[in-house]
Every structure is written in structure tokens, then in C-alpha cells.
Design a protein around this ligand. Structure first.
Ligand code: NAP
Ligand code: ZN
Ligand code: ZN
Length: 357
């Protein structure tokens, strides 16, 4: 971090997408000066989530450019503001999808900051709490974040494997807990990618009977190694006959449109299919698919700060990190292409020391 003059905004190395669909390129950005509640973090690793790829490609139509993506951040505290109490210099910490919320509404008070109407995302958002500046994410060497949105990473978790927990981990942990995945429950994980492989590990650690539903048999050995009890390919129509009426919970991590009725037919009576994967196309569901088994179709979005800390502690206790392929910054565009083509086992993580070279 280069601090040119007292009070100047520190400038740091980063990777940015100049416009929707453009390749990412090296740049320099400014971070805000440290406020009293802020934590300065040297980023060591940042995961590449499919949401970064969607956003840079303008898939959701609301991106603001230039864009510095990245919301699976793991690093070490380098400085703290005068009023910071939760973190100290040298602590191993993480930052996930949000960096601000009102802290006062019903959602915030319940620790559900991710559903606060005034939450601020880590990148491509306007930071209403810090002068309306655009937020810039973790594809960078340093970040300054309010301590409330900074999580402790337990010592036993390597930082590269911990980074994806800050989004993929909490996004799967939260619905698994909410819908009581545990002993006696049959859980299907639909799509074995970044979110999916962590959903398998976490659901297995929670004690559920876990089935992977993947497009083909290609990832079968991996699925079973990650902790699944069963693995079925959805390109085989027999899978849907075999598993009809089976699951208490189907966790959908697929990033494009699906035949939702076909997956609802796999639910046991009273079961829930929860959407985590994001497509902006309408789902097109038949009401009959819901009322025949009193089933539910739901969605879930990341998790609150307290639950994210709980998830990190749970993962440390159970030895759960992401299966990562660590890359240099120069390979980000290649990684984005590979994520789009489903060619990742199971998370790219950028070595942040390579942003500066
Ligand atoms: P990912 O690593 O690309 O994994 C997605 C998986 O979905 C793929 O590995 C593939 O699994 C399956 N898939 C992909 N295209 C498919 C298709 N056309 N038909 C059927 N299956 C397909 O992505 P990710 O990082 O896990 O993210 C998954 C989705 O979750 C993205 O849309 C992302 O934006 C979203 N997300 C949501 C939240 C939230 O808060 N709700 C948070 C983070 C991410 P198989 O090869 O096994 O079939
Ligand atoms: Zn994400
Ligand atoms: Zn709020």
C-alpha cells in the first residue's frame, strides 16, 4: 500500500474490468483512509466466484464499471482504527459479500444483515456509509472494511482454502442450517461447482445423507470423495424415476435455467428446493409440482455476520476448506472462461501477491 502524503487516499494494485464483458486488466485504485471503526487488511487470497463472472459479463444488467470484482477475501490485518475492538494487527481475517448495512432495522438486529434493504456489497455498489464512493472488491492487494464486516479465520484453516468460505461456504451453510440438514435428512446438492462442493462437505459434516446431482458421471469420484453418499447424473432420465419423492432438501447451485418441475418431483412430501444459483430467466414452475407434495420452492442469499463466523468456526472444527486451484493474477481471464465452461475443480483462488508484479 502506497501512502503518498498524510491524509491522502492510499493507492493499491488491483485488477479491473473497464466495461461489461471486457477482459480484466491491471490497474491502481484508491482505498479510503482508515476511519475509527475500520480495519486495514493485506489481502493474501481472493476466490473467483461465479457471481464475479456474471457481474463482469453484465449478466444481471446492473453492473457499474470500471469494476474490481472479488468478495471471497482472506488476509491479515495490517492496521486498525482508534475504536476497533474486534480485531488486532496480525489477525487472520476475511471479508465476504457485504461491507455495510444500516445496523438498525429488523433484519440487522436479528443478524440477517444480508437482507437489510440498505446493505452495501463489497464491489459494484455505492457505499452510502462512506461518502457514496463506489465499492471495489478483493481482486486487489489491500482493502479497508468496517470491523463489523470482518470475520476471524481460525488458525487451522489455510488462507487460500478459507477464502471461498466467505461466499460459497456461507451461501451453502446458511440454507443447510435453516432447513435443518442433519441426521435423518436426505439432502441433494444440485451442481458440483464452487458452491456445490462446499455444500457436500458441510451437509456431510452436519450428518445429513448427501446425494450429488451432476450433469454427467464425470465428477462421480470427486463427489464421493468430498463426502457424498450417492451420486447421480441428471443427463440420465432414469435418475428422475429412481429418485422421485426422495429428498427433504434440494440445494440448487446451478447458474443457468433448469427444468425446475423435474427437480421438484424429487422432493419428499413437505420438502424444499432452495435456489442459490442465479439466473435472470423466469423459472416457469407448474403449481401442480408444489401442491401435490406440499413442497416449497425457496431462495437464500449468503448469510449474516454472526452466522458467517459460526460457519468459519464449524469448518475449522471439521477440517473443511475449499478445494482450490491457486492462480496468478495474469490468469484471471482464463479462469473466468473456465468458470463459464464449468471447467473448475472446485474454486479458483487468486494469489494477491501477484497483483503487484
Ligand atoms: P460454479 O462453480 O460455476 O458451479 C455451478 C455448477 O452448476 C457447475 O459446476 C455445474 O455443475 C452446474 N451447471 C453449470 N451450468 C449448468 C447447466 N447449464 N445446466 C446444469 N448444470 C449446470 O458456480 P458457483 O460459484 O458455485 O456459483 C453458482 C451460482 O450461485 C452462480 O449463479 C452464482 O452467481 C450463484 N451464487 C449465489 C449466491 C447467493 O447468495 N445465493 C452466492 C454465491 C453465488 P455440474 O458440472 O456438477 O453439473
Ligand atoms: Zn460469491
Ligand atoms: Zn439494516
Amino acid at each position: 500500500m502506497h501512502d503518498e502524503a498524510p491524509g491522502a487516499k492510499p493507492s493499491v494494485a488491483a485488477y479491473t474490468a473497464p466495461s461489461a464483458g471486457a477482459a480484466l486488466e491491471p490497474t491502481t485504485i484508491e482505498r479510503r483512509p482508515l476511519g475509527p471503526h475500520d480495519v486495514g487488511i493485506a489481502i493474501h487470497y481472493c476466490g473467483v466466484c461465479h457471481s464475479d463472472v456474471h457481474q463482469v459479463h453484465g449478466d444481471w444488467g446492473d453492473g457499474t464499471f470500471p469494476m474490481v470484482p472479488g468478495h471471497e477475501i482472506a488476509g491479515v490485518v495490517t492496521e486498525i482504527g482508534a475504536d476497533v475492538t474486534r480485531h488486532a494487527v496480525g489477525d487472520r481475517v476475511g471479508v465476504g459479500v457485504i461491507v455495510g448495512s444500516c445496523r438498525d432495522c429488523g433484519m440487522c438486529v436479528q443478524g440477517l444483515e444480508q437482507y437489510c434493504a440498505k446493505s452495501v456489497e463489497t464491489y459494484a455498489a455505492i457505499d452510502r456509509y462512506h461518502g457514496g464512493e463506489p465499492t471495489r472488491g478483493g481482486y486487489s492487494t489491500h482493502i479497508v472494511t468496517d470491523e463489523h464486516f470482518v470475520l476471524r479465520i481460525p488458525d487451522s484453516l489455510p488462507l487460500d482454502q478459507a477464502a471461498p468460505l466467505l461466499c460459497a461456504g456461507i451461501t451453502t451453510y446458511s440454507p443447510l442450517k435453516h432447513w435443518d440438514a442433519g441426521p435423518g435428512k436426505k439432502v441433494a446438492v444440485l451442481g458440483l461447482g464452487g458452491l456445490g462442493h462446499l455444500a457436500v462437505k458441510i451437509a456431510h459434516a452436519l450428518g445429513a445423507e448427501v446425494t450429488v446431482l451432476s450433469r454427467s458421471e464425470r465428477k462421480k469420484d470427486d463427489g464421493l470423495r468430498l463426502g457424498a453418499d450417492h451420486f447421480h447424473a441428471t443427463d440420465d432420465p432414469a435418475t428422475f424415476d429412481l429418485l422421485a419423492g426422495t429428498f427433504d432438501l434440494v440445494v440448487c447451485t446451478v447458474s443457468s435455467r433448469l427444468d425446475v418441475d423435474a427437480y421438484l418431483s424429487l422432493l419428499a412430501n413437505g420438502g424444499t428446493m432452495v435456489y442459490l444459483g442465479i439466473t435472470d430467466e423466469p423459472l416457469g414452475v407448474s403449481v401442480f409440482s408444489l401442491l401435490r407434495g406440499r413442497t416449497s420452492l425457496a431462495g437464500s442469499q449468503i448469510g449474516g455476520m454472526a452466522e458467517t463466523q459460526e460457519m468459519l468456526d464449524f469448518c475449522a472444527e471439521h477440517g473443511i476448506g475449499a478445494d482450490v486451484e491457486v492462480i496468478d493474477a495474469t490468469r484471471i481471464n482464463e479462469a473466468f472462461d473456465r468458470v463459464r465452461h464449468g471447467d473448475v475443480r472446485y474454486r479458483f483462488v487468486i494469489d494477491a501477491s501477484t497483483f503487484e508484479s
